[in-house]
Design a protein around this ligand. Structure first.
Ligand SMILES: Nc1ncnc2c1ncn2[C@@H]1O[C@H](COP(=O)(O)OP(=O)(O)OP(=O)(O)O)[C@@H](O)[C@H]1O
Ligand SMILES: [Mg+2]
Length: 353
């Protein structure tokens, strides 16, 4: 018998009239995993999440959670907990009453107070139980929304852009907190965001969506270094693309992209003298005065810890990121600079997007 996964989506479809918001999605998520859904606005992240939580009914396909088929159940019966983007707290109730609400609905009386206080402690809000949501910061309100789910002990926590209303610093702090709560309670979490950096830092795996379908589901470093297609490579991180073919030059295998030619190793495919495209991340290119590949600096953007240089080499403009130790050399516009390219760039297949 095939191994059972904790959460399985099998051939899910969801249409809104003629918009295919979820287009044949099949994925498996393991217990204790945090998986992010990322993708551009309108790609179907919220619709997929709401379909898992039971707030939308799929047009076809199935959802299996912990061995039980749940796609025909109402949201309350699914053992999923959803945190909405706007938190949807009850403004007239205290923090305590907000967290108690779900237990009351489910008529869970036994140890109710202990359950509520445990959930509030888990998000470090035990001392604010008597406050109203309006007396809390945005980050604290967000944690009340999480506590309101945790108190019901969901098998999966569904978070729809939970940090998008918060300022940049608080986002950083809270994403660490969500990760810690998840690790401590061994929660299974689906986290929707359109912030790729947030997804990379918080996730065990990332699903990149476009047009209602999953382009790639992998660990963050695989998504970043070995994207399946051009869409994934540009949605996550910055990219240089070079198109050319393998040639032999001075007895070495080289990738020849016209003006640019550099040695590559055997991992770079050689499809019968045909042209193909490689992806090179900006930090994989080194500034090296010894290199025979020379270019002209057209722009330099200082970012504190690193500088992004734009270097024109023939027809090709390369983006190059260099770390900035204090007192590092600062190149100026117009400088002639040597660049060294990686010997094992990742091959991108244009046909796949
Ligand atoms: N209730 C609805 N009725 C009709 N169309 C809808 C509805 N909800 C979503 N859609 C459409 O389905 C598609 C997917 O929308 P969805 O809200 O899932 O995108 P999203 O990835 O969450 O986007 P965002 O990043 O902007 O939140 C869009 O084309 C959207 O217009
Ligand atoms: Mg959305």
């Amino acid at each position: 018998m095939a191994k059972e996964h904790f959460l399985e989506l099998n051939n899910l479809y969801k249409y809104f009239d003629d918009v295919k918001a979820v287009d044949n999605i099949s994925i498996s998520i393991e217990a204790g995993e945090l998986v992010s859904f990322i993708g551009p606005s309108g790609c179907g992240k919220t619709t997929l999440l709401r379909t898992i939580g039971g707030f939308h009914k799929q047009d076809s396909g199935e959802i299996i959670l912990d061995g039980e088929r749940i796609d025909n159940l109402s949201p309350e019966k699914r053992s999923t907990g959803m945190v909405f983007q706007n938190y949807a707290l009850f403004p007239h109730m205290t923090v305590y009453e907000n967290v108690a609400y779900g237990l009351k609905q489910k008529k869970i009386k036994r140890d109710r107070h202990e359950h509520i206080m445990t959930a509030l402690e888990q998000v470090e809000l035990g001392e604010h139980a008597d406050r109203k949501p309006s007396e809390l910061s945005g980050g604290q309100q967000q944690r009340v929304a999480i506590a309101r789910c945790l108190v019901l002990k969901p098998k999966v926590l569904l978070l729809d852009e939970p940090l998008s209303n918060l300022d940049a610093n608080l986002r950083l702090v809270l994403r660490e907190e969500i990760r810690k709560i998840k690790d401590k309670l061994n929660l299974t979490v689906i986290f929707v965001t359109h912030d790729q950096e947030e997804a990379i830092s918080i996730s065990d795996r990332i699903a990149v969506l476009n047009g209602g379908s999953i382009q790639q589901l992998d660990k963050p470093d695989v998504i970043y270094n070995y994207p399946n297609n051009k869409f994934v490579s540009t949605f996550v991180g910055h990219a240089n693309f070079l198109t050319g073919k393998i040639v032999m030059a001075e007895g070495r295998r080289c990738f020849d992209a016209g003006i640019l030619r550099f040695p590559v190793d055997d991992s770079v495919s050689d499809t019968e003298n045909e042209e193909f495209t490689v992806l090179i991340r900006p930090e994989q290119i080194k500034i090296n005065e010894e290199s025979s590949i020379k270019g002209t600096l057209t722009n330099a953007v200082y970012n504190g810890n690193f500088t992004r240089y734009f270097i024109q080499v023939g027809e090709q403009e390369l983006m190059v990121d260099e770390f900035n130790p204090r007192d590092a050399i600062n190149y100026q516009k117009g400088d002639h600079i040597g660049v060294e390219l990686p010997s094992a760039p990742h091959t991108i297949h244009y046909t796949e997007f």
